[in-house]
Design a protein around this ligand. Sequence first.
Ligand code: PHE
Ligand code: ZN
Length: 849
Amino acid sequence: MTDAAQETIYLKDYRPFAYIVDDVHLTFKLADTATRVISRISFRPNTDFPGEFFLHGQDVKLISAKIDGVAVSPNVTPDGLTCDVPDAPFVWEAEVEISPSTNTALEGLYMSGGMYCTQCEAEGFRKITFYPDRPDVMSVFTVRVEGDYPVLLSNGNPVASGEGWAEWHDPWPKPAYLFALVAGNLVAHPSSFTTMSGKDVDLNIYVRPGPDEDKCAFGMEALKRSMKWDEDVYGREYDLDIFNIVAVDDFNMGAMENKGLNIFNSSCVLASPETSTDANFERIEAIIAHEYFHNWTGNRITCRDWFQLCLKEGLTVFRDQQYTGDQGSHAVKRIEDAITLRSRQFREDGGPLAHPVRPESFIEINNFYTITVYEKGAELIGMLKRLVGDAEYYKALDLYFTRHDGDAATIEDWLQVFEDSTGRDLTQFKRWYSQAGTPHVTVTDDFKDGTYTINLKQETSPTPGQDSKQAQVIPIAVGLLSQNGDEVSPTRVLEMTEDSQSFTFEGLAAKPVPSILRDFSAPVILQREQSNTERAFLMAHDTDPFNKWDAGQTLAKNVLIQMITQDAAPDGAFLDGIAAILRDDTLDPAFRALAVSLPSEDDMAQSLHGAGTTPDPLAIHHAVEALRVAMAQHVQDILPRIQAGMTVSGPYSPDAKSAGKRSLGNTVLGLLSRLDGGAAAAKQYDEADNMTMQLAGLAALLKLGKGSAESQAFRTQWRDDRLVMDKWFGLTVSMAAPENAARTAMQLTQEPDFDMKNPNRFRAVFGALAGNSAGFHDASGASYTLLGNWLAKLDAINPQTTARMTAAFETWPRYDADRQSKMRGALETLGATAGLSRDTGEMVGRMLG
Ligand code: PHE
Ligand code: ZN
């Protein structure tokens, strides 16, 4: 299908490396197109697992190699080299040449905005020098960087430095994927932190001189909060004298947890009130926490092989979610996480790219940094915690850290710790790691003689390579309400282990109203015949905030489905429920904002498809808009009062309370604009003194098909700020009317500051196009063709980002025959591109089946 080698790698084939690395010395002589890397590595045979001496290496030119000081001529291939070596410890020395300035794939050593930086996860170190580039080979690194730059950084602690050179030593053995180097004309935003045992740690956030210097303060405070939190909650202390973060503009992902030297996409660390929204602040804080938390869950304990990726990512996402909940509201955070999981992970799990949290094979590991590995991986940790209880969870984690510190571990190791610590048998729970697909849990109930019975049935549809599924352990948190809304049975966790199972609640005076899957206690799809009246009742009375929100969402979906498939009018009970939530000042504004937001158009397509109806994206688009107008009209009397009540005075602060008020205020603004033709939005745009309010004003106007003057003003005002311009590019496409979306995106690619080499800018335009559901699926197929063509172009420059973005097409099986063939056609054309990367080739192959 493609020219690139498509060799599949299997978990079952794991074998330790034949040599042990005792230490690594690297010297970098930096130069744009001809950087020299000199390595001196101590190897010794791994007597338990003898085998070939193979070092990975890709796009590196071997200049010379020696073993124990004697020149050798290794056999070099496109993937690496082999060499005859002594049957005893030996020192390998090599000098290679690489070209950072032409490295547009952004893996290995590359240049971004005039500075040198690295990205080695998962397999980028092999683009720096010849090395056993696998996570189970851990070693102590000493690095010398030579280059004419004021700042020269690597992992660990600084050893010595002088004019044009610096030396670093990292005492903690690490795999090569955690290696990092940065060099450039950078300035530090410094601070410090005193750890729980009284050690002082220097902290720095490095940026280029200029306006970015004023955008570091928030990230620095977030870092300190994270360090403190990991001490307080998990007892984890930082373990070096220094912790550095560097912001780079060109980065494939969000950020990277390199030991002592985190490298961040500038969009995930730089923040200021004028240029960042509340959502940006929240995301930045979460990512800083995430990367910091990796120091223990990822670095001190790493992964044996890349199949175990969820060992570090699922756990670290779970930890960052806990952290964010602790900073603001657990209920709001749980709802936000459930929204992400259902819209993106359920979508992945229900389509051609479905794979287990721990996959068993891959062609290109970069393609498995997925929402399933990360977010479903985090859900598995949450379920374990719910099943064993908080105290047992933290006890097990303590054992995990003591038992596996310094190890490259597996999911088996992780589960063994829980078994040993809690005495629980996790054999069945382990299926969560190997079975793909989202379980559907069907609920029926009955009531007789004071006993209420819940009958549960679980079923998981086949996924690629997995035709039949076995029953999983599903913790289902249930509470019961009386008909007048009192809680008659507090939350109880039902532990489902069979395909079908019943649970009883005794001693009840009357038939209760059940609140099922409270707090979203498992990543499953609940199916239950339920009247709109009962949903409205739970929306009004449920004592569990997640289910209160979810009742409204399910009701909204049902109302929309009735509008789409039966041409029904917007349901009155739903509209009354929305009004009641809006009016209820006792509810957290952030919660109210979520509770009155409608499901996304893509979620509606997913729900319709799940219910056996072929979704029509345009019909969904119109129904969602019609329901929004109906909501606005229904609550018009109260909107101005609520909006006024959400005014936040004083200087901008991104704290959860202020952000929650702005969130509700801006949700209300969206409704108001359907009534006043955009007057309030225009006023808000003009008066805004922070990006949250400015952008919400602009978005509301663009949504109405207005705001071209404001859009131009915004463009002019922020022309020189790359991160704000990304917002403008993105918003322009996401707010475009369905029939204009492709043309709008295409025109934006002709703007002078559209730079396809910058992943943030490319994603701003094309991520927004894929996210504009009705626009992406416009019946003409123009968006499919446009995206396919641009992905083919990008693939030659940056395979990793290209491959990730092909997932826009994963929903093709949902749609009608015409759209299916157009989507598949775009994939086929992309797949036929000459010289297509292995990354993109694998994705296209999996989607076409
Ligand atoms: N390990 C990084 C994180 O989750 C993500 C990442 C993967 C970054 C691969 C770059 C490349 O925190
Ligand atoms: Zn991570």
